[in-house]
Design a binder for this molecule. Sequence first.
Ligand SMILES: Cc1ncc(COP(=O)(O)O)c(C=O)c1O
Length: 349
Amino acid sequence: MSLYGYTAADAATNCICDLRSDTLTKPSAGMREAMMAAPLGDDVYGEDPTVTRLEQELAARLGKDAAVFFPTGTQSNLAAVMAHCGRGDEMISGDRYHLYCDEAAGASVLAGVSMVPVTTSEDGGLDPDRIAAAIKMDDPHYARSRLLSLENSVGGRVVPLKRIEAGVHVARDAGLAVHLDGARLFNAITALGCDAATFAAPFDTISVCLSKGLGTPAGSVLVGPDALMGQIRRNRKILGGAMRQSGVLAAAGLYALEHHVPELVSDHARAARLAEALRATGIGEVSSQTNMVFLTPKAGDHARLIGHMAQAGIKIGGQSPAIRMVLHRDVDDGALDSAIAAFRSFTSS
Ligand SMILES: Cc1ncc(COP(=O)(O)O)c(C=O)c1O
């Protein structure tokens, strides 16, 4: 078993439906054609027109000055942290947020930034009082609090805009910058029904992933103010993320913005359908928002359920106690029907 619940050999065989993550999406046929046709240049020279077009498109959609294209969300988050904080500075984040939990402590290891985790509330947000309590006074004994780093969506949950604004207000009052890990920003916007610029307004910088539900093979974009772009581009170089003919990947991103963003609503509808079907079986506790479903099976059923589903060719997350299932563009209605049938056969066996 790997961290993701299956060996590489398992991953290749007997799979009807893979619900482990939206990162598993493969480029669609139209996306592959767009990648083939993309005009290219050397982006380190600033000469790849497709990368430039993607950066301009995302900056415009999010109402920010400019953007820089990165190979991954982890690197784009780290480049943002490095743009806001120096060594010995401190960043406040949620104790369940990806930047704090799942990026190998890169902010501390590579940027010398200490990370202060604040308890993440059930809705995925951070309480303004907890943020305020985490901000340190300016004293030579203490690290300097410089950055509040938020996330939305969080484990599929969309943090309401009012709640985000309350936390940002506390940070601004204390002179902190604010970053958003918007890996699934378009899922959040789809669920809220708001426009991207309204969603983006409270933040200085935002990292957006193209390689999750949007279906590109790689790529994230960091948007922000002109004043930070030189430093962000420099940080990308320091971190080894400056790429050459990366317009091949940027073309996938442009295609996703035009064709795949409007289809996210189908992933959300399928997640709701799966959640409803699971509740009807009485298999355990179920929660769902945007494209994710979490299932806590009844006591003692966890390993047996994962085994049963694997036998039926359905891959689900190996997390415990709640198993995560993510709907994405490579799971169609037929694959979802098979998954639901396998869950039903588990409860009736
Ligand atoms: C919320 C969140 N932020 C950031 C990342 C990092 O993205 P990448 O895998 O491209 O480094 C992920 C990846 O799953 C994520 O879920």
